[in-house]
Write a new protein. Structure first.
Length: 80
C-alpha cells in the first residue's frame, strides 16, 4: 500500500485538493499502463467501452474487466 501525505483530521471529508492529489497519485503509481489508459479514456476522454475496444483491438469484455479492475484498485487505495 502506498503512503500518501495526510494533513491531519479535517472532519468527515478531506479537502477537494487533497482528494484530487491522492487520486492522481494512485492513478500514476498503482494502476498498470493499460488500466490507466482505459480508465482515462472512458472517464476523461468520453469514449465508450465498445469504441475503446475497437481502437485497442481487444474485445469489449476485456475493456470492461480492465476498467473494473482499475476501479477496484482506486477504491482499495483511496479508502479512508
Amino acid at each position: 500500500m502506498i503512503n500518501t501525505p495526510y494533513d491531519g483530521y479535517l472532519g468527515s471529508r478531506l479537502p477537494q485538493e487533497v482528494q484530487k492529489k491522492r487520486l492522481e497519485q494512485v492513478i500514476r503509481e498503482v494502476l498498470t499502463q493499460r488500466e490507466r489508459e482505459v480508465l482515462l479514456a472512458c472517464y476523461y476522454g468520453g469514449k465508450t467501452q465498445a469504441a475503446l475496444a475497437q481502437e485497442l483491438g481487444v474485445g469489449r469484455s476485456t475493456v470492461c474487466r480492465t476498467l473494473k479492475r482499475a476501479q477496484a484498485k482506486l477504491r482499495r487505495y483511496l479508502r479512508y
